[in-house]
Design a protein around this ligand. Sequence first.
Ligand code: SAH
Length: 355
Amino acid sequence: MNTDKKQLTGFDLKQLTQWIKELGEPAFRAKQVMEWLVKGYDFNEMRNLPADLIVKLQNNAVAQPATVLERHVSKNDGTEKLLFNLDDSHTVEGVVMRYKHGITFCLSTQVGCAMGCAFCASTLQGRLRNLTAGEMTGMVYLANRMVKPDSISNIVLMGSGEPLDNYDEVLAFLRLISSKESLNIGARHISLSTCGLPDKIRALADEKMQVTLSVSLHASNDEVRKQIMPIAKTHSIKSVLDAAKYYLEQTGRRVVFEYALIQGINDHIDHARELASLLRGMQSHVNLIPLNDVKERNLRASTKAQVEAFLSELTRLKISATVRRQLGDDIFGACGQLRAKRLGTSFADSAGDER
Ligand code: SAH
């Protein structure tokens, strides 16, 4: 990272005003600069600034801490997968998804991930570093510029990384992106997906931010969960659910549970019953996800019939559940797949990994 230059997309208007004043410039310039940053513009495109100020800004700061390195558009559904390049040449992914209700942007929160889930390509090389609030905000601005004349209405923190393992920067990002001077995307239009870190879920609940909490559960008991998610060895399902209930109490927001159906691992009808009893009485919604196959680890998606049966059983037991539509599977839409492809790594390369 270019540490001596400030990432201006990480500042709110107050911080930016302070910084501009320290540069010896009048405070009103901060508002002008902020407006351009939010539009995803670089300094040399900021047309209402004097040339000497632009040079000053270029010498002391970066306007957009990420650039778009690759852009893949799905022929099937218009989903766009973006590969961003960061100042230190690390790359992370983002996905633009077009729904009837608007445009959702899926954002990464870390380069790589430390959580080691057996089915996830993001974690193949571990966590390389956290993303800063400025980088996350900057990627949303760039994506938003790219979809013009439309605009991004929803954000999901479901790219690579574990958002709650980068708590402070993610929280700063949430505050920024939902502020009036930024894109004003309300917390209710933002989902944060986590493998389930109970203390951090409680901390987020205490912020009372109205962000939708999505918990990647993927199993109905600890034995199965430990097979596919190493974090289950540290935190039991019960401790995760207790924290999720606390989140619901503090925010009034129903919690979403992600459940990727993996053939022969977690997709038996008894698992559906067990899941239903775990969630009974809790305001929640289950998102069933057809697994993106990981052949190297012999993890395969459940069949359509198994997915249907699992869904029907949950519905019969009065648990709110739907199957998530798959978007962009012709462009390496799943977590970490595009970056892994570029790096030349895949599950096959890491077969001997201890993760
Ligand atoms: N670390 C966070 C957010 C990133 S992953 C979390 O664990 O929730 C976003 C979602 O994609 C998670 O639910 C994750 O479990 C899921 N996912 C990862 N790899 C997948 C695959 N091969 N098939 C289906 N879903 C996958």
